[in-house]
Ligand binder design. Sequence first.
Ligand code: FCB
Length: 449
Amino acid sequence: MPSADVRFPEGFVWGAATSSYQIEGAVTEDGRGASIWDTFSHTPGTIANGDTGDVASDHYHRFRDDIGLMRELGLTGYRFSVAWPRIFPEGRGRPYPAGLDFYKRLVDELLLAGIEPFLTLYHWDLPQALQDAGGWEHRDTVSRFAEFAHTMAVALDTEVGQWITVNEPWVASILGNLHGIHAPGKRDLKAALQVAHHLLVAHGEAVGALRAELPATAKIGIALSLTHTEPFGDSQADAEAAEREDGFINRWFLDPLYRGRYPDDMWEWYGEAVPEVRATDLATISVPTDFMGINYYFRDVVAYDRSERPVEARSIVPAGQPVTAVGWEVYPPGLYETLTRVHRDYAPALIHITENGAAFEDRLIDGRVDDPERESYIHRHLHEVHRAIAAGVPVGGYFVWSLLDNFEWSAGYAIRFGIVYVDYATQARTVKRSGHWYAEAARENGISS
Ligand code: FCB
């Protein structure tokens, strides 16, 4: 790589992200209870090739080696999530010591390696016992989550300085409860919007629970899946569809979090499907936080289509545009647009890119994985991050999705996002070309122009 002439601010976090169900495996070990993803992935027809997270990337057993790899790569931050059913196998009651111990060991090892832990509390593996009692549609789950947050804060108060409450409430609520392609597999707009609301209230209550326990220096935020929406054509109908899509995916979450209210246009659009909101909920949701996590993958170009639920907007990849192995458009400027828009309209104190990355078809040949497309994807998106920083957006870090190839939800293991290749037959790890490139960028604290 030509030497880095595009430099990031001192202390910029060069990280990688994962989540518990996607990498850990060991789903019945040390008392772990079942999560909704165990149930969902074991339901025939839900996941490509019938894959499940039973073994995944076997990280539960290999976390020391994986941290060794991160150290070799020179990463300065690692974002992981806690499997809630390891801590509360039945969703309530006493925390399970063996579950807590795993995360204590993980965090100790990270600190020894000089890697800052960024802990996500909820990356979608709700204890099945709570789902049986109504799941996120049910208000009680919010209280159980606050309890879980409190428990983790007590266990890791001085070790973990960076906390993320909920990962992607849009994906968890909509893909899981409207489109039915994620756990728990429902198809009901009203249920989905109630789930979304409860995830937001759960975020707010968890912030309170964490602040009560953690040192004043602890930083707390939420990770949102945001996109940059654009109308496909010049028609008024497309322009309005794009505005609704923005409302559906972005503003429905950003407005309550940063303005303490749901957006009027969307509230009206959803009509009968709007969630039940208690008097103090919006104050709870809009509690100030220390940073916003943004997960960005692609832009969303939309055309008006009456048949598309729920906002009559159809996403289209413009002809000729490059796409990844999952068909997502590669559009780095959308990250700049997203960052500058969020800064202008919502002004979070600090932003971390908590996920960004790409799936491509990787092959292990002679001990090497040559993935120039992923390298280029990451490189170009980092450029946009840098451009946003230069334009005054406070971005503190970047976490590539993902450290390892892993269980990519309904796509199973067919889809690879890692900068480290996992051979699932042997669990051997091989740093991909993109991983070597990323290590160099981290070392230089910069990239080439
Ligand atoms: C995000 C998820 C993450 C991973 C990437 C590809 O929506 O947060 O777990 O699946 O997409």
